[in-house]
Design a protein around this ligand. Structure first.
Ligand code: ADP
Ligand code: MG
Length: 353
């Protein structure tokens, strides 16, 4: 007899043909665990939802697919709002909507701070999006300016809720949630559930379906983990040797501070490596330039801090280098989870003093 669990695919979750077609094109053969446990309920009901699963488990598609199924393309109003912690993440989510929604008539747009209003206002006014993805501050800003109108919105998604909390956006998040409470379907996705988030769920979510996928990364057998004990003054030399020894490499080097990313980046460049640096001191243009250059493979090494790396979704990372120990275990797990994804092998090397 056929095992029902193994035979689960997207079509049995109630996903329509126009979306299934893209998923096939994208090579999504079967739903990830969080997708398997969320998509069907989210398509078929308006129940509030809380999904907890670590980074890289496919949380985006877990809500994007149901959203695409639920939008009424005949109506020209914003029907769903998604809050994301950073511009990069918001853009990634919107990109996923555009990709998976390729064969639908669903329109979306992305709004975020740190950049001029005109284009975003125009996109909201004349683009008539059904779905808006945004960072909390700019979303509230445009609601207050009465440009973003959410009176017809029936879904509100909080993506990477714990990151929004870490970045100090939680009051804004709560403000948005307040406007939707009991009027719309609330969905939250988060890798961790700190107390403030649990409190928000308790106060504002209506009998949510809670799905928690247990962590697995620490024992991820696809990641080879090693550490190298080196005197602090020889860290750069040590890193450079590890890099020289790697044959095929597409790597992220994590540093502890912004200053360190600069000195390590410069050192690697001087040694002839192709490197981009990403840190919070850089302007948006510079950051975009660095990310594009890394994404497109013009350089194969990205040197960054934890904060700068937040939300970066780059596949096929072969090596993660930790330049010094991480603050805590959680951030170590996050970092090394950038490699060894989707069944590929990865290496995580840590240089310690
Ligand atoms: P999270 O938000 O949980 O960190 P993402 O939604 O960014 O994870 O997904 C991580 C990666 O996995 C993305 O590159 C995405 O395209 C890919 N992915 C998601 N779902 C599937 C699937 N069902 N099959 C194959 N790849 C998938
Ligand atoms: Mg995500």
């Amino acid at each position: 007899m056929e095992n029902q669990k193994n035979s689960c695919d997207f079509s049995s979750l109630g996903v329509s043909e126009s979306v299934l077609r893209v998923l096939r094109e994208m090579g999504f053969e079967k739903p990830s665990e969080i997708q398997e446990k969320s998509i069907e309920t989210l398509i078929k009901t308006n129940r509030d939802f809380v999904g907890q699963a670590q980074t890289g488990t496919g949380k985006t598609a877990a809500f994007v697919i149901p959203l695409l199924e639920k939008i009424d393309t005949d109506a020209q109003s914003v029907q769903a709002i998604i809050l994301a912690p950073t511009r990069e993440l918001a853009l990634q989510v919107e990109n996923e909507i555009q990709k998976i929604g390729k064969y639908t008539d669903i329109k979306s747009t992305c709004i975020y701070g740190g950049t001029a209003y005109e284009k975003q206002i125009k996109a909201l006014r004349s683009g008539r999006p059904h779905i808006v993805v945004g960072t909390p501050g700019r979303v509230i800003d445009l609601i207050e300016k009465k440009i973003l109108k959410l009176d017809q919105a029936k879904i509100c998604v909080l993506d990477e809720a714990d990151e929004m909390l870490n970045m100090g956006f939680f009051d804004d998040v709560k403000t948005v949630v307040k406007a939707f409470e009991s009027k719309a379907q609330l969905m939250m996705f988060s890798a961790t559930m700190p107390p403030q988030i649990l409190k928000l769920i308790k106060n504002s979510f209506d009998n949510p379906l809670v799905v928690k996928i247990e962590k697995k990364t620490l024992s991820n057998e696809d990641i080879e983990q090693k550490y190298f004990v080196v005197k602090e003054k020889h860290f750069k030399e040590g890193l450079s040797r590890l890099i020289d020894h790697a044959s095929e490499m597409y790597a992220i080097v994590f540093c502890r501070t912004k200053i360190e990313t600069k000195t390590v980046g410069d050192d690697l460049k001087n040694r002839g490596h192709l490197v981009e640096v990403l840190n919070g001191d850089m302007g948006q243009l510079e950051r975009d330039h660095a990310m594009n250059s890394f994404r497109k493979g013009k350089v194969n090494i990205l040197v960054c801090t934890d904060v700068a790396a937040r939300g970066i979704d780059v596949n096929n990372i072969t090596h993660v280098f930790n330049y010094g120990l991480t603050r805590d275990l959680e951030s170590y797990v996050h970092r090394i989870g950038r490699t060894g994804r989707a069944g590929m092998k990865g290496k995580a090397y840590t240089i310690v003093g």
